[in-house]
Design a protein around this ligand. Structure first.
Ligand code: SF4
Length: 386
């Protein structure tokens, strides 16, 4: 039985954040139940689908992630119902990691209790910052105090496995503000922190304000300094960095995330959800209306060898463990690089990569310029494929 990661997308939010271009919509409350009915239908169809063989005979669910959007906005019973039905797609491991993503300000003790009863054992909270002015600029619906209350509420409900999402490189954000946010997150005693650099997506209100000169974002050097600060501060607090943006206390790494970076099989349910089963990628439409109209499994694409090589390099190198060179050779039928590779030696000599015990990993310095290192590693692959 192969391990499977399930993803359920809940595309509703209380308000659209100023930087967000995800498939999520504020309002549309009138469509919430219709959406969950469509989701239930999709789950039922997957329980009997044989496009990849009957999934329940081939896979076991190692992790499930209910993301969004703001899943904690909708009635918790609906999430519980969807998760329960998912057990018909494939059996869940007894210790499956089951995460619900949510926003401070939308949690209640009752909702948390319902999640627990549904087997949810991990919460991922979009804290983003502990500075109320920055939260306001981002258009978040909550304050820093509400994040603290959400963590306390979650603990009272029996959750110990809690992630906080944080963002840096925010408009007008100083290093002191970032340090304060990191320290407050650590002081809350959560075992997992994701620290993402803000990406200004074209067309979002925040990007437009920056383009008009109303707000200034920190320059590249300042952003790298913030990333370094996160890595240093968190490692002093017993957090291991296991991916470019993810830090965990021992044994608290997210299984679900690791599935993506190590290219395991995953099935996405709901609008805009992506899947990869047996090296075949497909996705549901991004548009809520198209999803509600019953359109599914668009862009079905069987990965070619070159795509698989490229993805493996791009994704494995995001994880700090890096590329398992023995597994690479088994998968692609050839070594990662020639025995004496001048390109690898140059990257290692410059301190961007390390090779040890049959693993190739990017160093902290290499992760700062991840894209550039990946391009060089892909050039090696091009030559090896010729
Ligand atoms: S809560 Fe998340 S998904 Fe919703 S608008 Fe904000 S950033 Fe986007």
């Amino acid at each position: 039985m192969k391990p499977l990661a399930l993803y359920i997308h809940v595309p509703f939010c209380a308000r659209k954040c100023a930087y967000c271009d995800f498939a999520s919509w504020p309002g549309r409350e009138g469509e919430w139940r219709r959406y969950f009915d469509a989701l239930v239908t999709e789950i039922r169809l997957w329980s009997a689908n044989t496009d990849f063989g009957l999934l329940k005979e081939r896979f076991r669910v190692r992790s499930a992630f209910v993301g969004g959007g703001t899943p904690t906005l909708v009635p918790a019973e609906w999430i519980a119902e969807a998760l329960e039905l998912c057990r018909k797609i494939a059996p869940f491991d007894a210790d499956a990691e089951i995460t619900v993503e949510g926003n401070p300000g939308t949690l209640t003790p009752e909702k948390l209790r319902t999640y627990r009863q549904a087997g949810v054992n991990r919460l991922s909270l979009g804290a983003q910052s502990f500075d109320d002015d920055l939260l306001y600029t981002l258009g978040r619906i909550h304050t820093a105090d509400q994040t603290v209350q959400a963590v306390e509420m979650a603990r009272d409900a029996g959750f110990s496995n809690i992630n906080l999402d944080l963002m840096y490189g925010l408009p007008e954000q100083s290093m002191d503000q970032w340090l304060d946010t990191l320290e407050r997150a650590v002081d809350l005693g959560v075992p997992h922190i994701s620290a993402y650099s803000l990406i200004l997506e074209p067309g979002t209100p925040l990007a437009e304000r920056v383009a008009r000169g109303e707000l200034t974002v920190p320059d590249d050097e300042a952003v790298i300094a913030m990333q370094r600060t996160a890595s240093e501060l968190l490692s002093k607090s017993d957090f291991g960095r296991y991916e470019i943006s993810n830090y965990a206390r021992p044994k608290s790494e997210s299984r679900h995330n690791l599935t993506y970076w190590y290219r395991g099989d995953y099935l996405g349910l709901g609008c805009a959800a992506h899947s990869m089963l047996d090296e075949t990628r497909f996705s549901n439409p991004d548009s809520l209306d198209e999803y509600l109209a019953g359109r599914r499994m668009t862009d079905v694409q069987r990965l070619k060898r070159r795509d698989a090589i490229e993805e493996t390099v791009m994704l494995n190198t995001r994880a700090t463990k890096g590329i398992d060179l023995a597994a690479w050779e088994r998968r692609f039928g050839r070594p990662f690089a020639p025995e004496k590779s001048a390109a690898l030696e140059r990257l290692a000599g410059a301190g961007y990569i390390e090779m040890k015990d049959d693993w190739l990993r990017l160093t902290g310095r290499g992760l700062e310029v991840h894209n550039a290192v990946v391009l060089e590693l892909l050039e090696i692959q091009e030559a090896m494929e010729r």
